[in-house]
Design a protein around this ligand. Sequence first.
Ligand SMILES: [Ca+2]
Ligand SMILES: [Cu+2]
Length: 354
Amino acid sequence: MCSPMRLHWAMFAVAASAACSAPTQKATPPPSAVPTPHVNDLAPKGPAPAGMVWIPGGTFWMGSEHGDMGDARPRHLVKVDPYWIDATEVTNEEFARFVKATGYVTIAERKPDPRDFPGAPPENLVPGAMVFNPPKAPVPLGDHYVWWSYMKGAHWRRPEGPESDLHGREKHPVVEVAWADAAAYAEWAGKRLPTEAEWEFAARGGKDRESYAWGNEMKPGGKYMANIWQGHFPDKNTAEDGYLATAPVASYPAEGYGIYDMGGNVWEWCADWYRADYFATLAAQGPVAENPQGPPDSLDPNEPGVKKRVNKGGSFLCSDQYCSRYVLGSRGRSDPDTGSANVGFRCVKSVPRG
Ligand SMILES: [Ca+2]
Ligand SMILES: [Cu+2]
């Protein structure tokens, strides 16, 4: 746990990323033993659960060699079993149904327990979440607290704080949810959070090592394919793609498997703990990692004191100037106890074996 006034947003601190030096040693098996990436030729046994899409599973190259994203290296082969995945991010109206049915109170709405934050001044122990608070002029990109702040009274129903509401945003992705809130929703829905491998396999849409969920071209035909950031980050958002902040889910074309918003809009919580060296560990263990569930613990070398969960997909704040995490295979991470204005989730469902 961490102090609510000292929240951890290293996933935005890419410019200062010392995490990008993961070891890249890799056991090289003889060529004949290297499995071929493929998508299973497997049809579902029953009808699709409402709002979900069939992912047949298979073997794929996971990770990215893009830029300085050291934690996304090396590319390594991963095998995943079939599953169902939500076609869209979980929306505000869907999350509202869960809250209404269960009376669930999200972490951002709960008063922090002083025992979890020894030494924190009492005035800081107030419920809240992280909001994006852009500066009026260009700023150095080394300190993300310049544009992120902890807002008292911000939570999923009031994403920008007490004065805000969800009017007109029923079909936008729910945000300001902590990891446990997302997991509680998933359990209620008879689903679960995806592993990082399942998330990335689905985002790749059956294609091999493409750059984006929609292909290799950033703007095919000059059109934006995802809700990301245009303009000078973080002071000038031109919203050339139509949206300043979140967009209603499925506002952009469907990607490979018929799912939406796997690049941009909001980051999505995955089940896995985050370790910067996890891909290197898997690559060193053998030619194919089978259904990886994430490391048993977390280590972000930038913030070793904070255990983090994996986020995937980037958000409406991602741009090529700062954090181009809409690139397939890239990784984000954040403190699971904290909600943020640009982090949501979607769920998956396992397929019974046999
Ligand atoms: Ca945008
Ligand atoms: Cu980003």
